[in-house]
Design a protein around this ligand. Structure first.
Ligand code: NAP
Length: 296
């Protein structure tokens, strides 16, 4: 293997250590404890696992953590009432509703109901709008923010780089394209956003200095599509089997990892790459929200 592995788990531990110091300083200076409400609807195994990790990280940082679990059959009105309660609670600085939601609920209605100043996932239109306008007060969506943080901490030059993103979802591809294309440090890249309508995806990928795969299709990005020495960020988390011995799902990214690692300069593993960075950014947003409301 020639590529350097971008170890998201180690990087996120470093960020969480820094945040731990900030949490202690906030408590000492203002008596403020960052408060995070995590809301899970139903029992989708992937969602349960994500929420469990977020709650454990919040506890480890000494947050005031409130976990709400609603049955999959809950009415949308119950979820809205739960969000409203946390919007009004001064001890809560961040609200996270784990997606996806059951089909009978309108995701947009739920995201709109979260107070923008507590939207630590960065999915509310106010925060996405601020991101688009380059307003530094935006809560950035956690996965794109985590990817940028990872690239910056790894010393990857983004200024003038050709970045190709595969996937244009509202939570990963689109906001990441805006973030990396923004003028200023950690931006200034020339970004191409690709999707299922893209003609000749391989040709776009081959141009990339930084290639981000966020399609949710295991092994979509082939090693032949990677420019030698490129930085490859694999966002995909695909359950491709089940390990009877560990009782855990077998995960795979969107990139053909082993062969890609022979060509790339740097590459993220799955798991242990982008995932832990996403959680670290959620914590960072919550601490920032608490800092902005120190009296609570
Ligand atoms: P999504 O909403 O399903 O969007 C997938 C995007 O990929 C769409 O824009 C789609 O294009 C595009 N796409 C799908 N197949 C393609 C193909 N064959 N060629 C080109 N483009 C293709 O997905 P998402 O929510 O962004 O998630 C993507 C993956 O990242 C999933 O595996 C998810 O589990 C993972 N994820 C990981 C984290 C983390 O923290 N590690 C966070 C979020 C998501 P169209 O728009 O044309 O349909």
């Amino acid at each position: 293997m020639s590529a350097k592995i971008l170890d998201g788990a180690a990087l996120s531990r470093a960020i969480l250590d820094e945040l731990g110091e900030e949490v202690a300083a906030l408590r000492a200076a203002h008596g403020t404890v960052p408060g995070l409400a995590t809301i899970l609807v139903g029992e989708d195994p992937a969602s349960v696992s994500y929420v469990t990790r977020k709650v454990a990280t919040a506890h480890a940082l000494g947050f005031h953590e409130v976990q709400e679990t609603l049955p999959a059959t809950a009415h949308e009105a119950e979820l809205l009432a739960c969000i409203e309660r946390h919007n009004a609670d001064p001890r809560i600085h961040g609200i996270l509703v784990q997606l996806p939601l059951p089909r009978h609920m309108e995701e947009r209605t739920i995201i709109h109901a979260i107070a923008p100043e507590k939207d630590v996932d960065g999915f509310h239109p106010v925060n996405l709008g601020k991101l688009l306008m380059g307003d530094a007060t935006a809560f950035l969506p956690c996965t794109p923010a985590g990817i940028r943080e990872m690239l910056m901490r790894a010393g990857v030059r983004l200024d003038g780089a050709e970045v190709v993103i595969v996937g244009r979802s509202n939570i990963v591809g689109k906001p990441l394209a805006v973030l990396l294309g923004q003028k200023g440090p950690g931006g200034n890249a020339t970004v191409t956003l690709t999707h299922t309508g893209t003609r000749d995806l391989a040709a776009h990928c081959r141009r990339a200095d930084v290639l981000v795969a966020a399609a949710g299709v295991p092994g979509l990005v082939r090693s032949e599509w990677i420019k030698p020495g490129a930085v490859v960020i694999d966002v995909g988390v695909n359950r491709v089997g089940f390990n009877e011995k560990t009782g855990k799902p077998i995960l795979s990214g969107d990139v053909e990892f082993a062969a890609a690692a022979e060509v790339a300069g740097m590459i993220t593993p799955v798991p242990g790459g982008v995932g832990p960075m996403t959680i670290a950014m959620l914590m960072k947003n919550t601490v920032r929200s608490a800092r902005q409301h120190p009296a609570a």
